[in-house]
Design a protein around this ligand. Structure first.
Ligand SMILES: Cc1cc2nc3c(=O)[nH]c(=O)nc-3n(C[C@H](O)[C@H](O)[C@H](O)COP(=O)(O)O)c2cc1C
Length: 211
């Protein structure tokens, strides 16, 4: 399997780094593009050096190198994730304005009808951002907001990072150990859960009135 991984300058570069690490551990071939802004967010948000991040990928491509193989649809890949994806990169994908390699590779994924997953991160969102997400969705891309769930009760920041990275990988067809399917509320939590008692009371109460 061969994937393109783009890391843009949105907050949450740890998601992309985690995804790269998992892909390396399961020997998926990865082609990495870091935007200029991603280099800054990696420095600001993590203890990783750029070379440590780059070592997680099979091959690294320069942000401005539009002659790279991943700029061509003739280089077959199984999909691409931009993780995290800034609103600027989202806008570039939505408009088809491919003035860097990350945007060009994303445009190639869409035109070749390959999987493109954008792990967008911004809050709040402007109408422009929302409309750009709609455009990318209509063009066949997947918008996966970096939005963790809490029903598994994450204990650490790493748990939260794993869930977002794992969800993105799932969209590319990779089932990793980062996520597990929800199989209903664990039995130990059901027992004596106050909200469960409350809902039973409500149902019982309504039943009484209906009679
Ligand atoms: C620490 C930091 C966090 C940022 N977080 C976000 C963010 O969450 N979402 C976003 O759209 N832009 C964010 N930005 C702004 C982008 O980095 C900026 O718009 C940049 O031009 C994006 O370029 P790129 O898409 O080529 O990486 C952040 C910038 C910095 C320095």
């Amino acid at each position: 399997m061969r994937l393109v991984i783009g890391i843009s300058g949105a907050s949450g570069v740890a998601y992309g780094i985690r995804a790269l690490g998992v892909l390396k551990s399961i020997r998926v071939e990865t082609h990495l593009v870091l935007s200029e802004a991603a280099r800054e967010t990696i420095r600001l948000e993590t203890d990783y050096s750029i070379s440590e991040v780059e070592k997680l990928a099979t091959e690294v491509h320069k942000f401005n190198d539009v002659t790279s193989k991943i700029a061509s649809g003739s280089f077959h890949t199984d999909g691409m994730a931009v993780i995290p994806c800034s609103m600027k990169t989202l806008g570039g994908v939505a408009s088809g304005y491919s003035d860097n390699l990350l945007l060009r590779a994303a445009a190639v994924s869409l035109k070749e009808r390959r999987r493109l997953v954008l792990v967008v991160r911004e809050a709040p969102l402007s109408l422009i951002d929302i409309e750009n997400m709609a455009v990318v969705t209509r063009a066949g891309g997947v918008i996966l907001p970096a939005m963790p769930s809490y029903y598994r009760r994450p204990k650490t920041v790493e748990d939260i990072i794993d869930e977002v990275a794992g969800r993105a990988l799932e969209q590319l067809g990779i089932v990793s150990k980062l996520t597990r399917p929800w199989e209903g509320e664990p039995a130990e939590r059901l027992h004596d859960a106050p909200h469960k008692k409350e809902s039973q009371d409500t149902i019982r109460g309504r039943g009484m009135r209906d009679r």
